[in-house]
Design a binder for this molecule. Structure first.
Ligand code: HEC
Length: 217
């Protein structure tokens, strides 16, 4: 009995279990707070002073958003640029922009976009991932979608498409008409524009290129 090894000692295992559980709990609590800080939505003041937040404030819809390769991070990151008109205005207040995003979010839930699309990693893969749909080159000036919808801005082309998707059979799969009104479409486009400005660590890598879709293919 004098030679009993520590590995067969019950108390050793009980203490180890208690320490590991305690350490893991502290780590999880710390990670939770750290994550909350990382994903907290920014403000209009941040945007005006050029502070980069992982989730920019709603008034990011007043700015141009581009997607640029970061050699440091090894993937593309959203870059917030100059002011840019969105449905003719670049001076939406925090309340106005917030209300539009809210309308878009409710619309996306009511019409169940996730039944076919993916938003921030949630949803289906039947249709293109929408996380970065706003940055899809097809919607840009000179892209196929403005010509096809007869609109001269990205947001108008997207809103027109959302109201009458089956009029524009651009891909092998067609999006059905979901009875989206002009105001709902405006909210949805604002929602998609804001979502594209979120730093998602380069996810998804093949946005808009799924199902052989959109990029003029
Ligand atoms: C029944 C399935 C379905 C539902 C529900 C659906 N879509 Fe689609 N959507 C598609 C398909 C399929 C495509 C690709 C075909 C096309 O664009 O003609 C598409 C394309 C799109 C595009 C163009 C994608 C890009 O990268 O350029 C946008 C934007 C879009 N949908 C937004 C929405 C929104 C917003 C909702 C919810 C309000 C929604 N869709 C609901 C099937 C669906």
């Amino acid at each position: 009995m004098a030679n009993k090894s520590v590995w067969s000692d019950n108390r050793f295992w009980q203490r180890s279990a208690a320490w590991v559980t305690g350490f893991a709990s502290v780590l999880l609590i710390w990670l939770t707070f750290d994550t909350m800080g990382q994903i907290a939505i920014g403000t209009d003041a941040d945007l005006q002073s050029g502070v980069t937040k992982r989730v920019p404030g709603p008034t990011v819809i007043n700015y141009k958003i581009s997607y640029e390769m970061s050699t440091k991070r090894g993937h593309e990151v959203p870059v917030i640029g100059e002011k840019e008109k969105f449905f003719g205005r670049d001076d939406y207040s925090e309340e106005e922009a917030g209300a539009l995003l809210h309308l878009g979010k409710l619309g996306s839930q009511a019409k169940n976009c996730m039944n076919c699309h993916t938003l921030l990693g949630n949803g289906a893969y039947y249709a293109p991932d929408l996380t970065k749909a706003w940055l899809d080159p097809a919607w840009q000036d000179g892209g196929t979608m403005q010509a096809m919808t007869g609109k001269s801005t990205k947001e108008e082309a997207m809103a027109e498409f959302l109201q009458h998707p089956s009029t524009y059979p651009t891909h092998s799969r067609m999006m059905p008409n979901l009875g989206i009104t002009a105001q709902e479409a405006k909210g949805l486009v604002a929602f998609l524009k804001h979502m594209s400005s979120i730093d998602t660590n380069g996810f998804p890598r093949n946005f808009g290129r799924m199902q052989g879709a959109v990029n003029g293919k």
